[in-house]
Each structure stands twice: as C-alpha cells, then as structure tokens.
Design a protein around this ligand. Structure first.
Ligand SMILES: *[C@@H]1O[C@H](CO)[C@@H](O)[C@H](O)[C@H]1NC(C)=O
Length: 395
C-alpha cells in the first residue's frame, strides 16, 4: 500500500513538473459572452404599481452607453491577456484568426462591436450575425421537443419548483411593499394583490419560450428594471423608489432571477440548448481548423444551457448576485506544452460593484475570474487543466 502511495505521489509530482517545466502556451480561445448592461426589457411595468417609473433614455433592451463603455474595458482587458500570453500577433489580427458571431438582438451585436473596437483598435474586425427579423434559432431559448410526455414532465417540474418556494416568497413579500401591489392595476384587473398567492400559470408551447405568468413574471420584470438601472448608474434614491439600500437586501431580492433561471431555463436546458451545444461540439471536434479566437455573444439563458449541459460543477460566482452576470464570459482555453493540449475554462465577469462603479479594469482591479470544473474530465493538476483529447472525446 505504502509503495503504491509513494509511486502515486511521485507520479503526481512528475506530472506537475512536466506541466510547469514546459510552460503552457495559449493556443486557441472560444469566448461565450453575455451582452453588457442594457436598458430594461419588460412591458407593462405601469400595471404593477402606481408609483412613477424612472424614464429610460434609450430603447428597451438596447445596450446602454455605459454598457458600451464597460464592454470596451472588457475588450481592453482581454487584449492585454492575449498580449501577455503572446496569443495573437501585434497589430490587427488576420481575417482567419478571429471569428465573431452574435445573436440578432441589437445588444448582442453592439456588445461584440464594443469588445472588438477596444480589443483590436482601428482593425474593423467584422461581427457576423443572421440577417433576419427575430432571434437567431441558435440562441433562441425555445422548446423543440414536440411530445406530450416532455410537456407533462416539464410542467410538473416547474410546478414543483414554483410551489412553496421560500426564496421566491421572500422577494414577493418585499415587492408587495415596494410596489404597493394592492393599489396597482394588476390587483384591480387581474386580482393579483399579493404576490405570494399561488396565481402562476405556465405558458408552454413548442417553438416558444416557457413563461410563468403571474407573480413570477411580475417580479422578474420589476427586478430586471431595478438591477439594470442599478448597473447603469441611476441614483440609489431612484432605484425601487429608494427601497433597496443594502447589499443584504440586494442579495435577497436578486435571488428572484436565480430562481427564475432554475425554473424556466434549467428545467429545459437540454432541449432549448440543443442547437447551441451541437454548434459548440462541432466547433471543438474540428478545432484544429477553426480560428484562434472565436467570440460568441448571446444571453444569460445561453450560458445557463451551456453550463448545465456541459456539466460544469455548480458554483456561486464570488462578488456577484447574478448567476450569469451581465457582460460575463465563459472562456474556453486550449493550452499546449507542444506535446499535449489541455482545456481550461474560466468564467470572467464584472463584479456587482465593478458594474455599478464602471471604472476601467487594471492589474490591481481586474475582472473576476473563476475556474470552471468539468466533473467528467480528469484534472491531474488540480488547476483546471483537462486533457484536450479527453475533452473532445466526451463532449
Ligand atoms: C422528447 O421528450 C421525451 C420525453 O421526455 C423523450 O423521451 C424524447 O427523447 C425527447 N425527444 C427529443 C427529440 O429530444
């Protein structure tokens, strides 16, 4: 037994040394990014309260000027990281070195543009996207399974997750007060006067996104408004009419979006994320023929699908309340020691307060970075490097 242990130990030491001795070089990078700060998207907000909502200075759902600026800082940060790792040649990248593809939404296109304009100044790296009205199917979180069995399973699972959900209840209680729901139109017209009452109804249709109408949708719309305007810099006294002033309260209330993600997207992650997973699989299987840098820009639900379907170990991202933070990026890195290649995945994202403050990143104040671990891929280094061949044979 002792002998075995010693040899295992030596083997580990040796392996560490091999990885350290031949310094790993960054060979290829695929970034899946969520868009940066946008204007709130919800309709019907005026139905949920009689209090006046702050007016927005841009169209619903569009990237805000601050979002553009913050994404530029991300671009600069990544350019520096590429540079540190001698990843791309100095100056503009060659046409076949960088490929960028985004959803059709203006905020995803604008996010990619802002990133590229800072990462590769004056290079005019193109942003590719479909020229269609409506979302690109690759990114759309819509139900594809046409069977009744699947629908029954999903409906039951969603009902289970929604009912008696203490975390939702805590938010609902806060929102009852903040919105004064009793005085709202949604109370007078739809008889939803207390968000904790079980008045949710599930909307499920093949080809569409799953919605849970009622308190969950109301709370979701309202919280989206609060969070986005917080990031964008609205004075605290104007956010939720001055009713959210502590980090602790934000922590409690942002749980809403985390629950919503679990309920409406995680339940159906495999089904709604199938096209995207095929795209990524195809990309990684033929990675030798792909550009050095691929940047994809989509949405939080896409990141939910990817992390759920790929089987990353669940993790609470430090210094963030959002599960899939705005402007956050899942960064797939292929490293090589010239003999073997390794995959490392990191989540790179702005912290809650970095988004609010909106300062440039620096070496002293970089974006947050967390190693994402795949349960099914061996990591003999303990530092998140999984053998590339193992990754591509199992993904
Ligand atoms: C649809 O869902 C059913 C029930 O869960 C499952 O057996 C079937 O494999 C699914 N079909 C597809 C194409 O994913």
């Amino acid at each position: 037994m002792k002998k075995v242990l010693v040899s295992v130990f030596l083997w580990i030491v040796l392996f560490f040394n091999i990885l350290d001795a031949n310094e790993l070089k960054l060979k290829q990078v695929l970034i899946f990014s969520r868009h940066n700060v946008r204007y709130p998207v919800a309709d019907n907000l005026e139905r949920y309260t009689q209090k006046p909502w702050p007016t927005l200075s841009g169209p619903k759902g569009a990237l805000t000027p601050k979002g553009v600026r913050l994404e530029g800082y991300m671009g600069e940060y990544f350019a520096e990281w590429f540079n540190d790792n001698e990843f791309l040649n100095a100056g503009c990248p060659d046409d076949d070195e960088v490929y960028v593809y985004t959803n059709t939404a203006s905020r995803t296109k604008a996010t990619a543009r802002a990133f590229l304009d800072s990462a590769f100044k004056d290079c005019s790296v193109p942003v590719h996207h479909k020229d269609i009205d409506g979302p690109d199917p690759l990114f759309a979180p819509v139900i594809r399974n046409t069977t009744q069995a699947y629908k029954d399973m999903v409906m039951a699972e969603i009902k289970r997750k929604v009912s008696n959900n203490q975390k939702l209840k805590e938010v609902y209680l806060e929102l009852n007060d903040i919105l004064n729901v009793q005085e709202s139109d949604v109370c007078k017209e739809d008889d939803i006067c207390d968000l904790t009452e079980p008045k949710n109804s599930i909307f499920y249709e093949v080809g569409k996104e799953v919605w849970v109408h009622g308190p969950l949708m109301i709370a979701n719309s309202v919280m989206d408004f609060f969070v986005m305007t917080y990031y964008d810099g609205l004075p605290i006294k104007d956010i939720a009419w001055g009713n959210i002033r502590s980090k602790e309260k934000w922590r409690v209330m942002t749980e809403l979006a985390r629950q919503d993600h679990d309920i409406r997207y995680r339940t159906v992650a495999e089904d709604i994320g199938a096209l995207l997973m095929n795209y990524l699989r195809e990309t990684f299987h033929n990675y030798d023929n792909k550009p050095k840098l691929i940047l994809l820009v989509g949405h939080d639900y896409n990141l939910n699908s990817i992390t759920t379907n790929m089987g990353f170990q669940p993790i609470d991202l430090p210094k963030q309340f959002e599960k899939f933070p705005i402007g956050g990026k899942l960064v797939f890195q292929r490293w090589t020691d010239d003999e073997n290649d390794f995959l490392k995945v990191e989540y790179v994202y702005p912290s809650w307060s970095q988004l609010r403050c909106g300062k440039k990143y620096s070496r002293a104040d970089p974006p947050q970075k967390v190693v994402m671990k795949l349960n099914w891929c061996s990591d003999k280094t303990g530092r998140g490097f999984c053998p590339w061949t193992e990754f591509t044979s199992k993904v």
